[in-house]
Design a binder for this molecule. Structure first.
Ligand SMILES: Cc1cc2nc3c(=O)[nH]c(=O)nc-3n(C[C@H](O)[C@H](O)[C@H](O)COP(=O)(O)O)c2cc1C
Length: 379
């Protein structure tokens, strides 16, 4: 059954990847309730069909923080993207730039800032985690600035690691993980050659550059685990606000009160997100959290949203719920794993086509016309 391009790419990614990587991408926290709700709640959103409105000319373009975007979609930060395709961050960033949309490099990317930023002809966004090692944070910000990154995405929903039990079962972590990963690579020869061998080095590029020695996959969980900082509060973010003169977006907002605090703090934007259901299972899906947040802060800062978006129709739904722009996580990762940068380009083209169909049949000629008015109200 074909449901969407990303569903097909997910199946193709599962065939190609060693299981530890597929499940690292595909899985979420605890029983994965929120992970499922992200997708299900979004597909439950019903739109009003409108007809005979001369929809021959559509404008999908938009602007965010002074940057032109061909459509209101960006690529979310995804750690270890370079394990899913050869130098995966570079391939995904090139596909995004060619489409005219932003790519966000994760703190824990395989390819470092200095490898990805010069490979594309538009400014990259950079994502930073709150980490105990403030020296690393400062170093990463300086390097992001030097590489011309435009927007800082500051992820705040990971003061502690989420419990992702699939990782222990799949060999990503747990007993004999290294051996299990090697065995899985041997039974997935295409990946083993293309990414495992030709895609080296496989360290965490941004962290290795700071530490001065390679930080491998085995160090990933350990280094992050030792560096999460549950003591963080809004006050601790002030030095970053002073240090970073570009737009700063707070990622991981799910509550209207936190959204108000982001306005008080002076953030340029928020990302309504539950980290793709990877942190606290049982929190609201982004689709359900978004309308109340939009009521609380719309117009005072930019509202971005992610978690559960798989199609162009989902993009239109999120915009109708109150987002200005959305980010894709797993949707692009599956396409990248299945077919490299060409897969991401194809996915973005399909997302655009699906958006066009949704806009024509809801009577929205431009992004500004995608408002809550498109939603079927409770009867
Ligand atoms: C494999 C994987 C790794 C991720 N790594 C990061 C990360 O390094 N930093 C971050 O802020 N969010 C990270 N996220 C969360 C994404 O940025 C995004 O919020 C999430 O994928 C959105 O949900 P979706 O995958 O359902 O679209 C990761 C998500 C996945 C699936």
């Amino acid at each position: 059954m074909i449901i969407s391009a990303s569903t097909d790419y997910r199946a193709a990614a599962q065939r190609k990847l060693p299981p530890f990587l597929f499940h690292y991408a595909d899985g979420g926290a605890y029983a994965e309730h929120t992970l499922r709700r992200n997708v299900a709640d979004l597909s439950d959103i019903e739109l009003r069909q409108r007809v005979l409105k001369n929809m021959s000319e559509l404008d999908l373009s938009t602007e965010l923080f002074g940057e032109k975007m061909s459509m209101p979609v960006g690529l979310a930060p995804v750690g270890l993207t370079g394990m899913f395709a050869r130098r995966g961050e570079v391939q995904a960033a090139k596909a995004a730039a060619a489409k005219g949309i932003p790519f966000t490099l994760s703190t824990v990317s395989v390819c470092p800032i200095e490898e990805v930023a010069p490979a594309i002809d538009r400014p990259m966004w950079f994502q930073l985690y709150v980490l105990k090692d403030r020296g690393f944070m400062k170093n990463a910000l300086e390097r992001a600035k030097a590489a011309g990154c435009s927007t800082l995405v500051f992820t705040v929903d990971m003061p502690v690691p989420g419990a992702r039990y699939r990782d222990a079962h799949s060999g990503m972590s747990g007993p004999n993980a290294t051996l299990r990963r090697m065995l899985q690579a041997m039974t997935h020869p295409q990946w083993a050659w293309d990414v495992g061998l030709m895609g080296k080095p496989h360290d965490l590029g941004n962290i290795s550059a700071y530490r001065g020695n390679p930080t491998g996959l085995a160090d990933y969980i350990g280094w992050l685990g030792a560096n999460f900082d549950p003591s963080i509060s809004w006050k601790d973010l002030e030095w970053i606000r002073d240090f970073w003169d570009g737009p700063m977006v707070i990622k991981g907002i799910l509550d209207p009160e936190d959204a108000r605090d982001a306005v008080t703090f002076g953030a340029d934007g928020i990302i309504v997100s539950n980290h793709g259901g990877r942190q606290l299972d049982g929190v609201l899906s982004s689709a359900r959290a978004l309308p109340a947040i939009a009521d609380a802060v719309k117009g005072e800062l930019k509202i971005l949203a992610d978690s559960g978006i798989r199609t162009g129709l989902d993009v239109v739904r999120m915009l109708a719920l109150g987002a200005d722009t959305v980010l894709l996580g797993r949707a692009f990762l599956y396409a990248l794993a299945a077919a490299g940068g060409a897969g991401v380009s194809n996915l973005l083209d399909l997302i655009e086509k699906e958006m066009r169909v949704a806009m024509v049949l809801t009577g929205a000629k431009s992004i500004a016309e995608i408002t809550p008015d498109l939603l079927v109200k409770e009867r």
